[in-house]
Write a protein that binds this ligand. Structure first.
Ligand code: 13P
Length: 238
């Protein structure tokens, strides 16, 4: 089984035509080998949910660390649950860049656990960390902070910040090194593995090579998921 997560970020998608175009370009028979999780902007969650298509699982891009109440612009785990959200991204670098800390990631994880929403933990180093040769330590620190609590994510998404939105994915050797760091770390905590996804400029050109890396079970796709034809190509090649 392979996993594809579409992160539509702050982009407006006309879901009905996106879906039509996707299904036109993707052989339905392949749905048995792949799980697709769509993470739209929160205002669009209901539309996808109301559409009741079994093939697409519903994910959110973020959740509030608060339970409910006067937190303008935020969305609670309870509201997500009421919209039948099954997954939620946690700790995406674009949210960390706005001030999210390992601590707030944990608070959000606790809210998701209460509502039994599965977590997709995003980790990844910056260009600067990479250049300083500190990737190992940086990733371990992000993981350590998460796993010292009792939260268990459904997926760990390795998204090197330096590859996001650039059109150039990390090369296979670099991804292998990170998968190695992550899987060794997980082994210390669990007697089973947690699927690892890769994210950062995934396209129909590079998907095959990326998922051929041992330990990579799928991808988290930004830009290329906005174009449903391209996303269908990715899903076909995975
Ligand atoms: P891109 O695929 O646009 O590089 O974005 C990756 C990402 O951030 C997915 O969460």
């Amino acid at each position: 089984m392979k996993y594809l997560v579409a992160n539509w970020k702050m982009n407006q998608i006309d879901f009905i035509s996106w879906q039509d175009e996707f299904l036109k370009n993707f052989d339905n028979a392949n749905f048995k080998d792949i799980k697709i999780i769509l993470c739209p902007n929160s205002t669009e969650l209901a539309k996808i949910n109301d559409n009741k298509i079994d093939e697409f699982l519903l994910g959110a891009q973020d959740v509030s660390r608060h339970l409910d109440g006067p937190f303008t612009g935020q969305i609670s785990a309870k509201i997500l649950k009421n919209k039948n959200v099954q997954f939620c991204l946690l700790g995406h670098s674009e949210i960390r860049a706005e001030g999210e800390t390992n601590e707030t990631v944990l608070q959000k994880a606790a809210r998701l656990d209460t509502e039994q929403i599965e977590k997709i933990l995003c980790i990844g180093e910056s260009q600067k960390v990479l250049e300083k040769g500190e990737r190992n330590e940086f990733l371990k620190n992000q993981l350590e902070s998460f796993f010292k609590s009792n939260h268990k994510p459904a997926f760990i998404a390795y998204e090197p910040i330096w590859a996001i939105g650039t059109g150039i994915a990390a090369n296979t050797d670099s991804i292998k090194d990170s998968v190695d760091i992550i899987s060794k770390f997980i082994k210390n905590y669990f007697d089973f593995s947690i699927p690892i996804l890769y994210g950062g400029s995934v396209s129909s050109e590079n998907i095959k090579e990326i998922v051929s890396i041992t330990g990579i079970e799928g991808c988290l796709v930004g830009n290329a998921s906005l174009d449903s034809k391209e996303f269908a190509n990715i899903a076909t090649k995975i």
